[in-house]
Write a protein that binds this ligand. Structure first.
Ligand SMILES: [Zn+2]
Length: 436
């Protein structure tokens, strides 16, 4: 009885929560200015027509004047700057910045999912309608969240998920708290392995289980005990085995790698992209360019961790590793960008509060990108790396009607992206500055 009551209450909460986000369908959008993210040019008075059944853009044209008597499903953004909605290539939507690693030993998947739902909503409201989620400690929480969003039960960005981390025992992707002697649930050890064959098997299970991509931990991590960011963790043989398995189904592999050696080993083992790339050297930059490997460099969150860590009592070990990777990563970002390596927008949301993703844009422009390049990193370039460049990242006929609007020109004021006025995903208006 008690259990039934609990289930009833959860269901009620879910309904209340799901309905707390108002979405309204939109068939026409009148944009005062519309950015072409491929060229950087603006179209004045753009009229976007949406096919409601598919959520895609049916027709793109211009208008002379916005009628005073618009249909209920028409949206007047004639005083706004419109652009395609944003893509964050490195998030952990189901996880939060608060709390300690030790909590993952006892938290249930349902509790984790509840946190994820709220983060998904916040991220959508910040203008991000697609995320590549790159790992969860509680295996498959990301997939459950992805599916709820796809079924429109939960408002959130379209998610691409990894299912779990592939990592060595005690590596950057395992919850390993020194001195902990309690139970370790299986669902936090799904991707922990040693040896090429074992890793191949874990990769196979991830793909069969519904992962969209594979995330492997090639080097140590900042926010994990005893794991050194600069030191290799998985061997080249192990990484190659994972890549080989993933290639059978055309699944992309991305490698967490801070250290120069791990970055090179991962690229030579055939991964598609590198996460963090903090300590990349000239040789690594050359290899990335030659092999068309993209980098996701999370150049904002170091400042947040540094500030919050001091006030919140984060372990000194984490803080020191953060200090050692923050500034150098930014300088290497500049170097890699100047060398012509493809860099996509990815923030590691989850290590700082979700919804603040756009704060990273001004760091990217400070370290060498133009405003347009930073926007492209979060639209056209990110879409290419996801293999979705005919669906998202541009406002174009046949693409998803994923559109955001801001009050100031982001090509001259990049921080206007931190204050999104309207968010449309697949033809539904989720954020309207006049209503929230
Ligand atoms: Zn991460």
């Amino acid at each position: 009885m008690k259990r039934n009551k609990h289930n009833y209450f959860s269901a009620l909460l879910f309904i209340l929560f799901a309905s707390s986000v108002q979405s309204q369908n939109v068939t026409e959008v009148y944009c005062g200015k519309l950015l072409n993210t491929a060229t950087g040019s603006w179209t004045k008075n753009a009229l976007i027509k949406v096919d409601q059944a598919s959520g895609k853009i049916r027709e793109l044209g211009t208008y002379a004047k916005v009628s005073k008597a618009l249909k209920k499903s028409s949206l007047d953004l004639s005083d706004q700057y419109c652009l395609p909605a944003l893509i964050d290539m490195h998030t952990h939507l189901s996880e939060d910045v608060s709390g300690d690693l030790i909590e993952f030993y006892s938290i249930s998947q349902e509790e984790q999912l509840k946190i994820g739902r709220e983060n998904a909503r916040i991220t959508l409201m910040a203008g991000f309608t697609t995320v590549r989620d790159v790992g969860v400690y509680i295996a498959w929480t990301d997939k459950k969240l992805r599916d709820e969003i796809e079924e429109k039960k939960t408002p959130g960005p379209r998610m691409k998920v990894a299912g779990y981390y592939l990592t060595i025992p005690g590596g950057g992707g395992e919850v390993a708290v020194p001195g902990y002697k309690g139970d370790v649930p299986d669902h936090i050890r799904m991707g922990v392995a040693r040896g090429a064959d074992a890793f191949r098997e874990r990769a196979k299970q991830a793909i069969e289980g519904g992962a969209d991509h594979i995330k492997l931990i090639a080097s140590g991590a900042v926010l994990a005990y005893g794991s050194l960011p600069g030191s290799p963790e998985m061997t080249p043989e192990e990484i190659s085995a994972v890549v080989e398995e993933a290639k059978k189904t055309g699944t992309r592999v991305t490698a967490h790698a801070h250290g120069a050696l791990s970055i090179k080993q991962a690229i030579l083992s055939g991964v598609d992209s590198i996460e963090h790339a903090s300590l990349i050297d000239d040789e690594g930059i050359e290899l990335a360019k030659k092999n068309h490997v993209s980098l996701t460099m999370d150049v904002y969150n170091g400042d947040y961790i540094n500030e919050m860590g001091l006030t919140d009592g984060m372990p000194e070990e984490f803080l020191q590793k953060n200090r050692e990777t923050t500034e150098i990563q930014r300088l290497n970002f500049k170097k890699a960008h100047e060398a012509g390596v493809k860099i996509v927008f990815g923030t590691d949301a989850g290590v700082y509060p979700h919804g603040q993703n756009a704060k990273q844009f001004s760091y990217m422009t400070k370290y060498g990108m133009t405003n347009l390049e930073a926007i492209q990193a979060a639209t056209v370039r990110a879409a290419e790396v996801l293999g979705m460049d005919q669906e998202i990242g541009r406002v174009k006929e046949g693409f998803f009607a994923d559109i955001i609007a801001v009050s100031n020109n982001p090509l001259t004021d990049i921080r206007s992206l931190e204050d999104i006025q309207y968010v449309i995903k697949e033809g539904y208006l989720y954020k309207d500055r006049n209503k929230q």
